[in-house]
Design a protein around this ligand. Sequence first.
Ligand code: NAD
Ligand code: WQD
Length: 366
Amino acid sequence: MVSGTVLVTGGTGYIGSFTALALLEAGYKVVIIDNLYNSSKEVINRIELICGKKPEYVECDITDEKALDAVFQTYSDIDSVIHFAALKAVGESGEIPLEYYRVNVYGTLCLLKAMSKHNVTNIVFSSSATVYGDATRFPNMIPIPEECPLGPTNPYGNTKFTVETMIIDHINAERTKAKKEGKDDKVFNGALLRYFNPAGSHPSGIMGEDPQGVPYNLLPLLAQVAVGKREKLLVFGDDYKSKDGTAIRDYIHILDLSRGHLVALNYLREKQPGVRAWNLGTGVGSTVFEMIKAFSTAVGRDLPYEVVGRRAGDVLNLTANADRANSELGWKTEHTLEEACADLWRWTENNPQGYRQEPPKAFVDA
Ligand code: NAD
Ligand code: WQD
């Protein structure tokens, strides 16, 4: 059993909430901060319903230095941070790039400064496969290993790349300073987790992705088609060089992804590796048509779709080579795509209003 207190920024969001749950289940204490820009506080109750433990929650904007300082002061036992809070819509990042730099880059800068001030030395960062950009320009690098040259192609990706660089520079500087001062320099560590495409929900059907605006990603859009909120799915291009012409992605179950954070944090605390990047993906790619079929099977009927032109900025294939996480972290995915689709459908059916409704009665009574 582990011990320690972890600050989870963006912890009421999709991946943050599942990671908070995984941390609590493993024995960590959890403090969540979020400004609820893209999430709901109801998720705290759902976490407690599932695991019987409640994370601490503070409404806080990561760009507010004073508020951050107060969080670290109040919870002075925080020893590590898992940092999810960010804006994440690729298209929007092209329209309001400065807002993406303010929240994602300046917000992380505020967080690192506050960590430094309060002697918090471990950070796990939500990076993204998007930092690789169009990896198909290196044909021998599909599936994509961490050594693949980085080359983001949109402002959102640029912010993730910038933050990765900032964390590397910061941890290196902290280590150098500690060494000079005759202190333990090995306590400063960072994990850069490059996720591929998160998918699915909690098998209980009471926790899942609940985007506040119009969803951008394939599976939430398919879920809206299934419940009739959307007439059909628009398939962005069937002229890619794949087996059925549609683009290939690596869809990873949210339970595997969140467990990846737990094992990465444990690794930082035990092995003190400095800063290291790990891909979190299954290593198996699926096309858009395969995803429509898999989700239709979970729903039990065919879902309508129409092929339209390619979406600007999309690439043929983003599939992870996850060997490094497998061998170093001892982590590999355990849940299938079929489970991800079945879990997503259970969540969607049980919670048509997402977190803006009470948890399903059957679960509460059980
Ligand atoms: P999400 O929007 O569900 O979660 C992000 C959370 O951050 C939200 O709860 C939001 O309210 C909060 N937030 C935003 N701005 C904030 C601020 N200024 N201060 C405090 N909180 C703020 O998104 P997610 O899918 O859970 O993504 C989590 C992280 O993982 C993000 O950093 C994202 O870029 C990264 N990521 C996501 C994906 C994906 O496909 N979902 C893939 C790769 C990486
Ligand atoms: C998946 C596939 C689309 C919607 C994005 C970000 C990436 C990461 C994950 C944060 C693609 C196709 C989609 C639709 C479609 N996020 N599609 N019709 O683009 O792989 O990755 O989310 O870091 O950075 O770029 O995910 O779910 O949007 O698309 O045909 O209505 O589904 O073209 O091939 P993507 P996605």
